[in-house]
Design a binder for this molecule. Structure first.
Ligand code: SF4
Length: 679
């Protein structure tokens, strides 16, 4: 027996990107705990990763060999085949599609299962670009609205490091279920509270972080913009604006405030569903805070007004000149890294004029066959579209088409992969080398494999190298090693790397991205707005040009309701979106949280199974009565697999794929209306 400990990094779609220590027992991952290679995560990881990694790597759901479908799509009936047979079949079937419809009939359908720069998209996109496949606009599914709203206001720059929370006199956590999906932010907030700092949380759900708050505004979903405007108007009324800072650094104040002034406290309170006093207290605390740190989360972006909401919220510190000197906004971390994605992914290999499809439209394109050329070959990798896409039933109908050849690449047999014709087994992040930036902090990390790939599984980079070779792509870029890909992913010459090549970053020591004066990157200390005007743009011509005239300023309108209840879908503490959803800890349907008043009106009792429905679908969930949600709002965790549901549908089935946020054409998961009844 040999017992070893090796350094690695957690790859899951989570802002924390923790450094980890993996215990290997005779080639088996038996334990994972936090390490100190990354000072920010400092030896702490979340429970799900500490508990589930042995099952994730070695459990019965793990894919170990290439498979060919032997039953109907979705039946998960497969036969084992060799790698050569799999590559030949993919080459021949995709070749037939290209011969008949051209290369744009092929589509990569991927998202962000693993977050390493190599496994995420490196050799894979080189392959699809060279093939001439349709391109995918992925950020609409998540993150795009937030990035665009931030970049439209401040430019593609980092805000402040997340550890600014530790020294804040007031932390404002807005639409951020941080205890579940941003663990280390919470550690900083707790430290600040121990020092006497305050915590304000704005969230429709009384999350764990909200339970610890000094002030919780339990607003109705999607009403963040009126609330932020109202706070802005209160700050102005109280004479708290930093006029000198605004004159030097802010563009569009008059137009922004003209909208904000339309939301006096009483009006905002009635629309947001919170007491007037709470809005006044929030404004007072924000005005007094020194330092003030704001941490807006992903929950905000998932509605029609998501972009405007984020813009209105991140405007507040600018109105007070509270940026730098300990003040900050925890956003934009991905902009801290000198990534060179064009070098890594080689979009120059794609033929000019290749079309780009919004990921939210793929279910429709497949189910309704509304494209010319149509989609006839799809590669699903790093993604579980049936579980995570809005309008689940439409996506499922699309993937059930027998005339669409589908290749699936994953570590586990998901319900999406069960619809594939050929399945290729991917290695887990414990089995390959990768380079890790983060969207939650400013540290770059590298990992080596800690065990060899299990069975016949292969790293994504090697799978696409082999596919490229089988398709006869003989350019040198298709033979690049993983180390060469790392050096293509991040600029080795950039001063932020301090002279260390990306492929040589020590696996036991993360590298912090720093400014020329060797200090952490902080907006308004050593980083400044990178908008077209060089100022903080509360009014953005750039956003209006990209997303339409409605995006010039934040805007908000009441919506006609077709069903009485608003459904939100927060993150689970058992999964990362749908990842780990096939493990034993996720086998049960998550409950539907409902306020007792709503339940009484429908004669529902706790523990009942209830039907949650709208015109798109119907889900059966156990009912939990709680005032953790306000009246009129129901909540259920996202990412549960279809197998947890008696109807074979999960809450993604209730979400519109056609409704879009005001910028970035983003998905509107938290802008869903439903009705609930006893089963
Ligand atoms: S899921 Fe997030 S918090 Fe958990 S170990 Fe991975 S990076 Fe850390």
């Amino acid at each position: 027996m040999s017992l070893e400990e090796r350094a690695s990094v957690c790859t899951f779609d989570c802002p924390d990107t923790c450094s980890i220590t993996v215990t290997i027992d005779d080639g088996r991952v038996t334990k994972v705990r936090g390490s100190h290679a990354l000072p920010f995560t400092a030896g702490v990881i979340c429970t799900k990763v500490a508990r589930d990694m042995e099952a994730f790597v070695h459990g019965p759901q793990r894919l170990l060999y290439p498979l060919r479908r032997s039953g109907p799509k979705g039946s998960a009936q497969f036969e084992r085949i060799s790698w050569q047979a799999a590559l030949d079949e993919i080459h021949d079937r995709v070749g037939e599609v290209i011969g008949r419809w051209g290369p744009q009939a092929v589509l990569p359908l991927n998202y962000a299962g693993p977050h390493g720069l190599l496994a995420g998209d490196s050799m894979s996109l080189r392959f699809f670009h060279r093939l001439g496949a349709s391109q995918l606009y992925r950020r609409a599914l998540c993150g795009g609205v937030r990035s665009e709203a931030w970049a439209g206001t401040y430019g593609a720059v980092p805000g402040c490091p997340p550890d600014f929370t530790e020294h804040a006199n007031l932390n404002v956590v807005w639409g951020n279920n941080a205890t579940v999906s941003n663990v280390h932010l919470v550690r900083g907030i707790r430290r600040a509270k121990r020092r006497g700092g305050k915590l304000a949380v704005i969230d429709p759900l009384r999350t764990k972080i909200a339970e610890q708050a000094d002030l919780h505004l339990q607003i109705l979903p999607g009403t963040d913009t009126p609330l932020a405007w109202s706070v802005a108007a209160e700050l102005e009324r109280a004479g708290k604006f930093d006029n000198e800072f605004i004159a030097a650094n802010v563009l569009g104040l008059d137009e922004f405030m003209a909208r904000a002034r339309e939301w006096p406290v009483a009006r905002a309170a009635s629309v947001c569903g919170v007491p007037e006093d709470q809005i006044r207290v929030l404004a007072e605390w924000i005005a007094e805070a020194d330092p003030l740190v704001m941490a807006p989360g992903n929950g905000l972006e998932r509605g029609r007004h998501g972009g405007g909401a984020i813009r209105a919220i991140v405007a507040l510190p600018a109105l007070l000149g509270k940026l730098g000197r300990g003040h900050g906004i925890v956003l934009g971390a991905s902009n801290a890294f000198p990534k060179t994605l064009a070098k890594l992914q080689r979009p120059d290999l794609a033929p000019a004029g290749t079309r780009t499809l919004n990921i939210l439209d793929i279910g429709r394109h497949l189910a309704e066959d509304d494209l010319d050329p149509p989609l006839r070959a799809v590669f699903i990798y790093n993604h579980n579209p049936i579980v995570v896409h809005p309008d689940q039933n439409r996506m499922r109908r699309g993937l059930a088409r027998e005339d669409v050849f589908t290749v699936g690449i994953d570590v586990a047999m998901t319900e999406s992969l069960a619809h594939c014709d050929v399945v290729l087994p991917a290695a887990t992040h414990f089995e390959y080398a990768d380079l890790y930036s983060s969207y939650g902090h400013h540290w770059l990390q590298r990992a080596e494999p800690v065990i060899a790939p299990l069975g016949g599984s292969l790293p994504n980079t090697e799978i696409f190298r082999r596919l490229a070779a089988r398709f006869g792509f003989d350019e040198p870029c298709f033979r690049a090693s993983d180390a060469e890909l790392m050096d293509d992913a991040v600029d080795p010459e950039d001063a932020r790397l301090g002279g260390v090549r990306p492929s040589r970053i020590p696996v036991d020591r993360a590298v912090q991205m720093r400014s020329a004066d060797s200090k952490p990157l902080v907006l308004f200390e050593n980083v400044f707005p990178a908008t077209p005007s060089g100022k903080i743009e509360l009014k953005s011509e750039a956003l209006a040009t990209r997303w339409g005239s409605q995006a010039l300023l934040p805007e908000w309108r009441e919506r006609d309701a077709d069903y009485p209840l608003r459904l939100i879908s927060p993150a689970s503490d058992k999964r990362i979106s749908s990842t780990l959803g096939g493990l034993p800890g996720s086998r049960r349907a998550p409950p539907l949280l409902m306020h007792p008043e709503d339940a009484a009106r429908r004669r529902l009792a706790p523990g009942n199974e209830v039907k949650v429905w709208n015109e798109r679908g119907e889900v059966i969930l156990p009912l939990k009565l709680t005032d953790a949600v306000p009246p009129g709002v129901v909540a259920s965790e996202k990412g549960a697999w279809l197998a947890t549901s008696r109807t074979g549908q999960t809450i993604s089935a209730l979400v519109s794929a056609d409704m879009r946020a005001d910028v970035a054409e983003g998905a509107c998961f938290n802008d869903t209306r439903v009705e609930v009844a006893a089963v």
